[in-house]
Ligand binder design. Structure first.
Ligand code: FOL
Length: 231
């Protein structure tokens, strides 16, 4: 399963960034981002609701694998996350940079929840290789559940075009903010925007918990969590 979902917040003009950062500070949306990207939801009707998996290696040894979601992000997006919040906690952080040595002199090198990929395709290959807990397969201590593409503009451009992108979770901000970075066009021939009520129901089912629906007001901003499904 190479499938992934996009998570993004954008204004009316599909602006997403300014000067290497977010043009707004929306506390509740950031909490929603953290929730949707972090929560590991066990398939409905399945008994095993644990987040670690014990597997047996070829040598008969028992190993533990931690089950987490993956966040794929471009190098600039990684650098835009405040140091105290990165790597994003309880998530497998995959940084995409053409520089294969990008992590060499970084503090995160060696962290099992941080990896480098030199292309978006390579990032998808990597997370796919960590999705099955196949006994003895990889030596990784992590098992990837859901995969999210969290930006920025360059990777979103590649991601929306991919047939493997199943959902776009767009926080639609009802404002026009000064932005220098934009989300690409979402083709109505490729994605269906769920109406407000259906977006809300989808999110509650997807997260298996209650999600604030309708228009959210925060400071001078009004916004709503919306869902696009690939047709
Ligand atoms: N999607 C949505 N809906 N809102 C966003 O702000 C957003 N931002 C990005 C990608 N998709 C998004 C990329 N930018 C953090 C900072 C910037 C960022 C993504 C994440 C960050 O620091 N996240 C912390 C929470 C910090 C907090 O609680 O204030 C995390 O643990 O996720």
């Amino acid at each position: 399963m190479r499938s992934f979902s996009i998570v993004v917040a954008a204004d009316r003009a599909m602006g997403i960034g300014k000067n290497g950062g977010l043009p707004w500070r929306l506390r509740k949306d950031m909490a929603f981002f953290a929730k949707i990207t972090s929560k590991v939801v066990v398939a409905q009707g399945v008994q095993d609701a644990t987040t670690t998996k014990t597997t047996t290696t070829a040598a008969g040894e028992s190993t533990h694998q931690r089950r987490v979601n993956a966040c794929i992000m471009g190098r600039k997006t990684w650098e835009s996350i405040p140091k105290k919040f990165r790597p994003l906690s309880d998530r497998f952080n995959v940084i995409v940079s053409r520089d294969p040595h990008y992590l060499d002199d970084k503090a995160e090198k060696g962290n099992p929840l941080v990896a480098l990929a030199t292309s978006f395709e390579a990032a998808l290959d990597l997370v796919e290789s960590l999705q099955s807990p196949s006994p003895s397969s990889t030596s990784s201590s992590i098992q990837v559940a859901r995969t999210f593409l969290i930006g920025g503009a360059q990777l979103y451009n590649e991601g929306v075009r991919s047939k493997d992108c199943t959902h776009i979770f767009l926080t639609r901000i009802d404002a026009t903010v000064d932005c220098d970075t934009f989300f690409p066009e979402i083709s109505p021939a490729e994605y269906q925007l769920l109406p407000s009520t259906q977006s809300h129901a989808f999110l509650e089912d997807y997260l298996q918990e209650s999600v604030e629906g309708g228009v959210i007001e925060e400071g001078s901003y009004q916004y709503e969590y919306t869902v696009y499904n690939r047709i």
